[in-house]
Design a protein around this ligand. Structure first.
Ligand SMILES: [Zn+2]
Length: 571
């Protein structure tokens, strides 16, 4: 009797194994077990373990359920109680710029020009004559004296290596003489419109500092980047992002050259992070119309590359008083910012893009810019279903209180940078005054009015480390600076931890029309997963700053494994 039962069971298993189902579902390619996996479902539930086959999640559940799928070839990760989550989606980043920034001298922490020069000296000692030194992040405000530096100081360090150092806010370049010679600049070169060549007051000779548009004069001397160099720069960005637990990025300003590099890298399996591009074209040029004739491209190369979004700028930034405001700046009554596009242009661009099936991600920082873009979206959506279009506003930083609820009611996605609130505190209230701060960086109010908020870093316009999503979650959760100081706020705009994590997972997946394949850990979804050194759903916010990704999995492939957690099954 006993024997007979076993025989029947064997027969049954054989049928399942060799006929009915694919063997793939019987043993998994990769199992993560003994952990706490945040599914990011509607109940915010967790499971112990998860099984992956190919590039998909095939089962989630208890350790005992999942371990049944372990076979001789199964890769096994013992999470040892660690927390894992869907891979982070960084929804606004400048990816190639991030890669370039990684290679440059990091000058943000310098406290004097002498410190910056010392870093240049050290770098030069590793280079051949003629090789370039590039760096970024210096700022006179963080130095002892507030005067601009002098190119002569760089000449003394190296007359033979061209040196090009960009300022922290990208409004100034500091170069040595050899760069000026290469660019053909001397005392007879006039200041360009919108820019200043800083000059010696006695001789009129350029000192080596170029402000605003004058930077373009010296940029021409920078060596042209070859296709191979660009690809290797993007690979650097890929590695940095993977080490932050990021599995998808939304490239906030991709051009043709970068998109070609993405294709080549993916085809050669050198790019693992999935790329969702926002295609930057000049809305006034012919390129815009010819792009509108091209069909969108979704999920190429096994969901590695999507091209369906346009990035358009309506105004500038708050720090430089470029954000377009309804009323003048509180600290400069002569200026209300710069509106790049008038309402007619904004309407035309949005209509053309929607009709061609493109999503639009409109950059809008000031309350006036946001108002005009919302007006244009509202008009264009009268005859359309917003959920098929998913319009975005990048930054949505300063909103009039009347406009705030329109994000939710219109279905416009607010793409915001939580850390910018902390970083901008030095000047935000001075620029805006107390009253306007009520609608600034207002993610709590947006969510309360049913808007979908997605979070990102806008890296590398701040240091590379700031592209760590855990820093964004910390800032969204605390509204504090990275050193812990708390800013005065009348209205509490802090989010819950769950909401902050959602804005790096399920919401950006939705913003990219990818909520059925990314952003949560469900059967059938892409196996894009991050494992963390601490429980990111529970630890106190300050501890997020010392928490890190220990493993990153993209499409079932382990692309980052800091602690060597992987084992091949022996049983
Ligand atoms: Zn940006």
């Amino acid at each position: 009797m006993h024997l007979k039962k076993s025989a029947i069971l064997y027969l049954l298993i054989s049928v399942i194994f060799f006929t009915g189902c694919e063997t793939k579902t019987e043993t998994a390619d990769l199992i993560l077990a003994n952990g706490k996996l945040l599914l990011m479902d509607k109940d915010f539930s967790t499971v112990d373990a998860l099984a992956i086959s190919g590039d998909r999640i095939v089962r989630v559940g208890s350790n005992s359920e999942i371990l049944k799928l372990r076979g001789p070839q199964t890769q096994f990760v013992d999470l040892g109680g660690r927390t894992a989550s869907p891979g982070m989606i960084e929804s606004h980043i400048h990816f190639a710029q991030l890669g370039r920034r990684i290679r440059q001298l990091f000058l943000n922490d310098t406290r004097s020009r002498e410190e910056a020069i010392e870093l240049v000296r050290q770098k030069v000692s590793t280079l051949e004559e003629g090789e370039w030194v590039t760096g970024a992040g210096w700022h006179t405000a963080t130095w002892d004296g507030s005067d601009y530096p002098d190119g002569k100081l760089l000449n003394q360090v190296t007359p033979d290596n061209p040196v090009y150092l960009t300022g922290m806010s990208w409004h100034a370049a500091w170069v040595n003489k050899i760069v000026m010679d290469m660019a053909g600049i001397d005392k007879n070169t006039p200041d360009p419109v919108g820019g200043i060549i800083v000059r010696d007051p006695e001789t009129g000779e350029p000192t080596g500092v170029f402000l605003e548009t004058a930077q373009k004069l010296v940029e021409t001397a920078l060596p042209k980047e070859s296709d191979e160099q660009l690809e290797s720069i993007i690979q650097g960005a890929n590695d940095a992002a993977a080490a932050f637990g990021i599995t998808t990025i939304h490239d906030a300003q991709a051009n043709d050259k970068e998109i070609a590099a993405y294709r080549n890298l993916i085809e050669n399996e050198r790019l693992k992070i999935r790329i969702y591009t926002m295609y930057h074209v000049d809305e006034f040029g012919d390129d815009f119309d010819s792009l509108m004739d091209k069909p969108i491209e979704v999920g190429s190369y096994d969901n590695r590359l999507t091209l369906r979004t346009l990035k358009i700028f309506s105004d500038g930034a708050l720090g430089a008083r470029g954000a377009a405001l309804h009323k003048p700046y509180s600290d400069d009554p002569t200026s209300a910012g710069l509106l790049r596009d008038n309402p007619t242009t904004i309407n035309n661009v949005i209509n053309k893009a929607f009709n061609a099936g493109y999503q639009v991600a409109y950059h809008a920082i000031g309350d006036r810019a946001n108002h005009l873009v919302l007006d244009a979206y509202q008009k264009a959506l009268e005859s359309k279903d917003a959920s098929n279009i998913r319009p975005r506003i990048e930054h949505a930083q300063i909103l009039s209180l009347d406009d705030l609820p329109r994000f939710g009611s219109l279905g416009v996605i607010a793409s915001m940078q939580p850390l910018h609130f902390s970083l901008d505190q030095q000047f935000a209230e001075a620029r805006l005054g107390k009253e306007r701060m009520g609608g600034a960086y207002a993610w709590r109010s947006l969510i309360n009015s049913d808007a979908r908020v997605i979070f990102n870093s806008d890296a590398p316009f701040s240091p590379v480390q700031h592209s760590d999503p855990l820093i964004g979650i910390y800032a969204a959760d605390t509204r504090r600076s990275l050193d812990g100081s708390l800013f005065n706020e009348e209205k509490d705009q802090r989010l819950t931890r769950r909401e902050a994590i959602e804005s790096f997972t399920i919401h950006p997946a939705y913003a990219a029309f990818e909520e059925n394949i990314k952003g949560s850990l469900k059967i059938g979804m892409l196996a894009d997963i991050a494992v963390w050194s601490n429980d990111i759903s529970k630890i106190p916010a300050e501890k997020l700053l010392s928490t890190e990704a220990v493993m990153t999995i993209i499409g079932g492939e382990i692309v980052y494994d800091k602690e060597n957690l992987i084992h091949i099954s022996s049983d």
